[in-house]
Design a protein around this ligand. Structure first.
Ligand SMILES: CC(C)(COP(=O)(O)OP(=O)(O)OC[C@H]1O[C@@H](n2cnc3c(N)ncnc32)[C@H](O)[C@@H]1OP(=O)(O)O)[C@@H](O)C(=O)NCCC(=O)NCCS
Length: 329
């Protein structure tokens, strides 16, 4: 099952906007409290982009770091995938805007929308495109300006999310952590669990949709919580089964950073000590598609992962989508 020539992460980078808002500060704007947010989610603060900063600006900063870290020349990159649910605009793709900002060649660019699972979906897609032999070096980015779609009058959602970007340069040539396997899935039976109903072809923008606040993220938190734990457990088990491995052989789990209680429940169901999980959601909240690459980048900068160790990256998101990736650092 392990590809003959695995895709490798040649370099990574991440970016969070400098404006960090802690729970106490947030409670001045929203009817909430530090105690409620901390105990229900584990989040202590989140970073919020400036009004004039769009998702491609966050993606740009993370990508510059990733390209530098990978030590590749920009002209070597022949594929750009941006995973996001907060593109700069409906079209063109944020990936095209990013290509231009980075001064890359006129190479293939597209956005991928799998919500919080987006970065891991994008790694799977990039791996397949690299395996075809038609591409040789991909820039894969997860970037979100979640603050642009949050309803700041809905305390059940706005306290959970933050803005960030994470990027990886991947190729089948060169050195770096190997991507050994992928497991993506989705269940589209109930989109209303987590969605932004307005602004698409089903509900184009009108003054009425704006008044009804249909252009903001809406979520059934309790149902999402239960589904998240269930689908992430299943994705991890299916991925390990595919590779005839078990959790004892896994040194690190880097989960989507949505909620500390979701991570704890996942650890219990997988019967893995919580110490194996890397978490930074206390600082950044849920940054959707940026969450996993931001966590990997921070973890490796803190030297949490040793060469040769095995990690599982796992995420879930609106769709519902889920994805797990096996990596050897
Ligand atoms: C959102 C979440 C933290 C809510 O926690 P919960 O324990 O389920 O809380 P509930 O929704 O049952 O709300 C409990 C009470 O807290 C209140 N409440 C909700 N948000 C609040 C806030 N920010 N501050 C204070 N009180 C709040 C509710 O109004 C409710 O009050 P009531 O009992 O008087 O009606 C939790 O469901 C969750 O994390 N779900 C998953 C969300 C997620 O990860 N989404 C991203 C997917 S990628």
């Amino acid at each position: 099952m392990i590809p003959l020539i695995p895709t490798r992460i040649l370099g990574m980078g991440s970016f969070v906007p400098p404006n960090c808002v802690d729970n106490t500060e947030l409670s001045k704007r929203v009817d909430t409290s530090d105690e409620w947010i901390r105990t229900r989610t584990g989040i202590l603060e989140r970073c919020i982009a400036e009004d004039d900063q769009a998702t491609s600006d966050l993606a740009f900063e993370a990508s510059v770091s990733a390209i530098r870290d990978a030590d590749v020349r920009p002209e070597e990159i022949d594929l750009v995938i941006v995973a996001t649910i907060t593109p700069d605009m409906a079209f063109p793709a944020t990936a095209c805007l990013l290509q231009h900002k980075l001064g890359l060649g006129k190479v293939a660019c597209f956005d991928l929308e799998a919500a919080c699972s987006g970065f891991l979906y994008a790694l799977d897609v990039a791996d397949g495109m690299l395996a075809s032999g038609r591409y040789s070096c991909a820039l894969v980015v997860g970037a979100e300006k979640m603050s642009s779609i949050l309803d700041w009058e809905d305390r059940t959602t706005c306290v959970l999310f933050g803005d960030a970007a994470g990027a990886a340069v991947v190729s089948k040539k060169g050195k770096g952590p190997e991507l050994l396997g992928f497991q993506c899935g989705a269940d589209g039976s109930d989109p209303s669990l987590l969605h932004k109903p307005g602004g698409g072809s089903r509900m184009p923008a009108t003054s009425e949709t704006i008044l009804k606040r249909e252009h903001f993220l809406k979520m059934n938190g309790r149902e999402i919580f239960k589904s998240a734990v269930r689908v992430m457990e299943r994705a991890v088990r299916e991925l390990l089964d595919k590779h005839s491995m078990n959790m004892k052989e896994v040194d690190h789990v880097i989960p989507h950073q949505a909620n500390a209680r979701i991570v704890e429940s996942l650890a219990q169901r997988l019967e893995v000590p919580i110490e194996k999980f890397f978490c930074n959601l206390d600082k950044y909240g849920n940054t959707s598609a940026a969450s996993v690459p931001l966590a990997i980048d921070q973890g490796r900068k803190e030297k949490k992962f040793t060469t040769g160790e095995v990690g599982i990256l796992v995420a879930f998101g609106a769709g519902l989508t889920w994805s797990a990736t096996l990596v050897r650092f």
